[in-house]
Design a protein around this ligand. Structure first.
Ligand SMILES: [Zn+2]
Length: 246
């Protein structure tokens, strides 16, 4: 009986070590990840979960209109399905990072599966744009403990400001106020250009885009400018910048 209990405790420690430990290290202490730029007036807009056939083109139109360069963390499988949208992001000066091959938490995958899927996604983007992505945001920001070793060739990017824009509840006002009332120098803002993810609402990106119409008009008036994540990381010391290998 005691033996069984000890085995159960051991398994529990292993599971917590794989999941909760990296969560505490990254989300509370920022270990090994980039979450925020320096105190300059630059901010970074980042968009997860796309590309999306319906919403991504609308978003790209809006960014172009305001001459904003953003960062897209794309899902590998969707990138393969919509190469024209990946090409357009690249052509219009946006940075493309990765967000797994399918939108699944690293907590539910083996280290080998995570690495294989990520490399596969990088291959897909590289084939379309000619540039190999070196920036990575894990779905829901959740890292597994071995990711720190396996992902040495990727810079792991989290965020410093989010508004819950994956849910339609609250509409565009929630997103607009969430950004305009809280934005600070160096913020990395988490947004979404697809609502197909588990836990999200399909039409949620329509509110994100609606909110951005006002937000993009307002932020420059307050003195903010935009940077892609690679530009922002090069202008700060709060990061671990890994050299691309091989
Ligand atoms: Zn996501």
């Amino acid at each position: 009986m005691l033996m069984l209990l000890l085995i159960l405790i051991f398994i529990l420690i292993l599971i917590l070590g794989y999941t909760v430990l990296p969560y505490l290290l990254t989300s509370l202490f920022g270990y090994g990840v980039f979450r925020k730029g320096s105190q300059s007036s630059y901010i970074a807009l980042t968009f997860d979960d796309g590309p999306d056939r319906h919403y991504t083109p609308q978003l790209l139109d809006l960014l172009k209109k305001h001459q904003v360069k953003a960062t897209f963390f794309v899902v590998g499988k969707k990138a393969a399905n919509h190469p024209d949208l990946i090409w357009r992001m690249h052509q219009e000066g946006h940075l493309i990072g990765l967000h797994n091959y399918v939108h699944r938490s690293n907590w539910t995958m083996s280290p080998w599966r995570i690495k294989r899927d990520l490399d596969r996604s990088a291959d897909i983007v590289e084939k379309i744009t000619g540039c190999r992505p070196i920036y990575y945001r894990p779905p829901w920001g959740l890292l597994a403990v071995f990711d720190f070793f396996l992902l040495k060739r990727y810079n792991i990017i989290l965020w410093s400001l989010m508004t819950g824009d994956w849910r339609s509840k609250g509409g565009s006002a929630k997103i607009k106020n969430g950004i305009l009332n809280h934005v600070k120098n160096g913020d990395v803002i988490l947004l979404h250009d697809s609502g197909e993810t588990w836990g999200a609402n399909l039409d949620a990106p329509s509110y994100t885009i609606e909110a951005l119409k006002d937000v993009l008009a307002e932020l420059p008036k307050r003195g903010f400018s935009y940077q892609r994540i690679d530009e922002m990381m090069n202008g700060t010391t709060e990061h671990m910048l890994h050299k691309k290998r091989g």
